[in-house]
Design a protein around this ligand. Structure first.
Ligand code: 7TS
Length: 412
C-alpha cells in the first residue's frame, strides 16, 4: 500500500536531500531507524546554518551595525516561523530553549514553584519520558505536592474516563505526551485538555515526538504549555521551544537570569525585559533557531498530511512484516499510533539484537527509551525500537526484517 493522498510528493527525492543517508555503516548502506532519538538533517538545514556562520554571524539584540541587525532579523524571523507552525497567537508566547527537557524544567521551576503549594496535585501518564516525570518528582520532594499517575491499558492507551475520575480541585497540572516515544501511542490531548480545564488545572503537552509527524495547533488544543525539540524534527540539536499562553508567561518569574532578560539593572533593583526575552537569559543559540526555521520550512514544503500518510504506511507495513517473525511481540498496539514499532523477541536480549543490527548497517535503539515505567508496565527490561522518518521506505523495513531473521538464527 502506498500513500493515497493527491499530489503525494516523491519520497525518494526527499531521501536524496539527506547527505548522511548516502554513506555506509559497517560496509552496508545506512538504514536509519532511530528517528525517535534524533532525526537526520536535510541539506537545507545544514546550509542555512553554514550560511549563517559564514556570512551572517553576530550577536543579536545589541549591535547597531548591519550584521547584528541581520542576525537579529533572522533569529526573530525564526520565532515567527515557529509561531506560525504552532499557530500561537503571538511571538511573545514562543520561548527558545535547548529542547523539550529544558522547556519542561522551565515550567517546573518557574510556573509550578510560583503557583503550587503542599497537597496540590500534578498528574502525569504512565507513558511519559523521564523528562516529563523527574522534574515533577523534584517538586514533589521539595514542595510536598502529590504526583499521580494516569495508568494505561495493555495496548498502551490511556482512558479518558479514568482521567475524568482522577481530576479534582486539587489538580493543578496535567503533564502529558502527545506521542509516546517508547510505544508510538498518540494521545487524545485535546480531550485531555478539556477534562483538565474543567477543574481549573493547566496542561503541559510534551510534543517532542509529535511535531515531526503531525500538524499541531496549540490554539485549537488550548493547552497551556507545549514543549518541542528541534533535533527530532530535522533541525539542529540544542534548540527547542516552549510555547506558553501569554498571560501565564507574564505572571511567571524568570527561570534563568543574566543578559538579555533584563530591562534595567541597578544593585538595588532589576526590571525584567518583556516577553519573550524575560525567559531567554544570555546569548541564545542563534544558528540553532535559524536551523530550526529551515527545518520547519523543510517539513512544510512536504506537508505534514503527506508525512503522516507516508509514516502511517511505513508503520502498517513494518507491523505486518514484523508480526510474521516467530517469537516477536510488539509492545504498544494502540489504535492511534505514530511511526514507532517497539518489540521484543523471545530468548533474545534487545541489546544483542541492536548490536547485530549495527553490523548490518541498521541504526535503531534497544533500551528502556528513557521511559522505564513503560518497561515496568509491560514487564520487559527493554525493547528494540524502529522509529520512522520522512526518508524511510519499504526497503529499509525489508532490510530490518532480513537482519532480524539472520540475527535470530545466530543467537538462538
Ligand atoms: N519527551 C519525549 C516524548 C521524548 O521522546 C524525548 C526524547 C524527550 C522528551 C526529551 O527530548 P530532548 O530533546 O530534550 O532530549 N526521546 C528520546 C528517545 O526516544 N530516544 O532518545 C531520546
Amino acid at each position: 500500500m502506498q500513500t493515497s493522498l493527491k499530489n503525494s510528493p516523491d519520497f525518494s527525492q526527499i531521501r536524496a536531500q539527506f547527505p548522511i543517508l548516502q554513506q555506509t555503516e559497517n560496509g552496508q548502506p545506512l538504514v536509519y531507524l532511530d528517528n525517535g532519538a534524533t532525526a537526520q538533517k536535510p541539506l537545507s538545514v545544514i546550509e542555512a546554518m553554514d550560511t549563517y556562520y559564514r556570512t551572517q554571524n553576530a550577536n543579536v539584540h545589541r549591535g547597531v551595525y548591519g550584521l547584528s541587525e541581520r542576525a537579529t532579523e533572522l533569529y526573530e524571523g525564526a520565532r515567527e516561523t515557529v509561531r506560525q507552525f504552532l499557530n500561537a497567537q503571538s511571538t511573545k508566547e514562543i520561548i527558545f530553549v535547548r529542547g523539550t527537557t529544558e522547556a519542561i524544567n522551565l515550567v517546573a521551576f518557574s510556573w509550578a514553584r510560583a503557583n503550587l503549594t503542599r497537597d496540590d496535585e500534578i498528574i502525569v501518564t504512565e507513558m511519559e519520558h523521564h523528562s516529563n516525570i523527574v522534574p515533577w518528582q523534584l517538586l514533589r520532594d521539595q514542595l510536598g505536592i502529590k504526583l499521580s499517575v494516569l495508568r494505561m491499558n495493555h495496548l498502551g492507551e490511556i482512558c479518558l474516563e479514568a482521567l475524568k475520575g482522577m481530576v479534582s480541585a486539587k489538580t493543578k497540572l496535567l503533564a502529558v505526551t502527545q506521542m509516546s516515544n517508547a510505544l508510538g501511542t498518540i494521545n487524545p490531548v485535546k480531550e485531555m485538555v478539556r477534562i483538565a480545564h474543567s477543574v481549573g488545572a493547566k496542561v503541559l503537552v510534551d510534543g517532542a515526538q509529535a511535531t515531526p509527524h503531525m500538524a499541531v495547533d496549540v490554539h485549537d488544543l488550548d493547552c497551556d504549555f507545549y514543549a518541542l525539540s528541534g533535533h527530532k524534527m530535522y533541525g539542529p540539536t540544542g534548540i527547542g521551544v516552549l510555547y506558553a499562553k501569554q498571560a501565564l508567561l507574564e505572571a511567571m518569574p524568570p527561570y534563568q537570569a543574566g543578559g538579555d532578560m533584563i530591562y534595567s539593572v541597578t544593585f538595588e533593583k532589576t526590571e525584567y525585559n518583556v516577553l519573550p526575552y524575560k525567559f531567554e537569559a544570555g546569548t541564545p543559540h542563534i544558528a540553532g533557531a535559524i536551523g530550526l526555521a529551515a527545518a520547519i520550512r523543510f517539513i512544510e514544503s512536504i506537508g505534514l498530511e503527506h508525512i503522516a500518510a507516508h509514516e502511517a504506511d511505513l508503520l502498517a507495513y513494518a507491523t505486518a512484516e514484523l508480526k510474521k517473525i516467530d517469537g516477536l511481540r510488539i509492545i504498544g498496539e494502540a489504535k492511534h499510533k505514530g511511526g514507532v514499532v517497539s518489540f521484543v523477541i523471545e530468548g533474545v536480549h534487545p541489546h544483542d539484537m541492536a548490536t547485530l543490527m549495527d553490523q548490518e548497517g541498521i541504526a535503531l535503539r534497544a533500551s528502556h527509551h528513557c521511559a522505564m515505567p513503560v518497561m515496568q508496565h509491560f514487564n520487559v527490561p527493554a525493547t528494540i525500537r524502529a522509529s520512522f522518518g520522512v526518508y524511510n521506505n519499504h526497503a529499509d523495513i525489508d532490510r530490518l526484517v532480513a537482519a532480524i531473521l539472520e540475527a535470530k538464527s545466530m543467537l538462538l
